[in-house]
Write a protein that binds this ligand. Sequence first.
Ligand code: FAD
Length: 446
Amino acid sequence: MDTTEGPAVTELDVLRPGDGGYDTSRAVWNAMVDHKPAVVVRCRTADDVVAALALARREGLEVGVRCGGHSVVGHGVPDGGLMIDLTPMGAVRVDPDRRRAWVQGGALLGALDAATQPFGLATTAGNVSHTGVGGLTLGGGMGWLARRCGLACDNVVSYEVVTAAGEVVRAAADERPELFWALRGGGGNFGVVTEFEFRLHDVGTRALSVELDFPIGPAGSGDAASAASAAFRWRDLSADAPRQATYTAAVHDGVATLGFVWVGDPDEGREHARELDALGTPSARRVEELSYLDLQTREDSVRGHAVRRYWKGHYFRDLPDAALEALLAHDPEVRAGLQAYGGAIAEVPDDDAAFSQRDTRFEYVVAAGWTDPAEDERLIAAARASAALLEPYASGVYVNVLADDGAAGVRRAYPPAKLARLAAVKRQYDPDNVLHLNQNIPPALA
Ligand code: FAD
């Protein structure tokens, strides 16, 4: 098929600098990102995506693909290039009897949860409802259901994809299996996904959150010792926790908050919470019963997309005492968190999908958020320094928390054999690396 000639530009919904809606379309979650595309193509169908790719080719423009806009470095918005804006493709269709959801490539997690929960169904999604299904699922997709139901990518049954050459194809276990393998964890490298077909699970609508605060205090103080001992016990308890529980830890503002999120019967969650008595006496204890939908929105940003951001992440296969002590020693101005993996995530054979490091026990993210540009340097340095404290204990990183880490970051996310296999798929589906504004797998690995 000759894909060099797309439909006339006038048939596409195109925005250029100065047009109404242009600035809204290029605004992303991190206010530090101020990329100005030459052209924004607001895509409503897979054919629009085909036409947008053809237009980029004709005009020699760099291509970016935007879904939820949560890439911390703004990968979805090409500076001076052509932005394939998938946000008009945000629809979700559910078949409750077959337990399937068909989700358009520009949908946000909130739309997916809102469509499935009326039936008591859900699939694994992330913790913030304004994150894109697209970027999150293509990189893996960790959420409160993952220990029970697998990662978001483990629940994708099929993908509709527009390849870099402009062909609309389907990938599933029995159709283009190598592309299907790469799409489950390899990011947006292999095509523009215009529809995801998800498997749904009967998870009910209730959840419970349990949080215990331990003031950290200065090094050597009684508080510091109590917080450390609580953190060690929290880690040990997490190893045998039921799959409904995802253990969480947060360190911020001189306080360590330890606990778990439970999806399922809140009474069973409360019963499990008794185990946390072993942590010691917290300064505050919050046990909150909430709906799954409220859980899925409670970390949403109230300040919209107006905050400047930076983050770094690690994976941990083990979390020795010294690593937890390093976590407690973080700069109080940054916020660091741990979220437990294991359960169904670890049960999927490693070579089943591109997603890597399934034996991870904890994912760590340290994040800074601020509004005054004069603070950029100081707070980015604080986040980097905090992450550096934990680096000696890290086993790798989740591709979706990579920021400005470049090729070295991608090598931390995938072992060499997977990278080589991903590069082979890239050579087949995008040999010219048209789709490179992502955590890039170049066709020819250096
Ligand atoms: P975008 O910036 O739109 O896209 C990110 C990348 O994916 C870009 O390279 C883009 O080109 C590509 N892409 C997006 N959609 C498509 C598509 N349909 N086809 C092809 N390529 C596409 N991750 C988790 O796993 N669990 C969490 O709970 C979680 N919470 C988060 C909370 C916040 C506040 C933020 C900022 C991020 C969170 N993340 C989480 C990380 C998140 O998964 C990544 O930032 C992800 O890349 C965001 O995807 P997006 O579609 O929102 O972003």
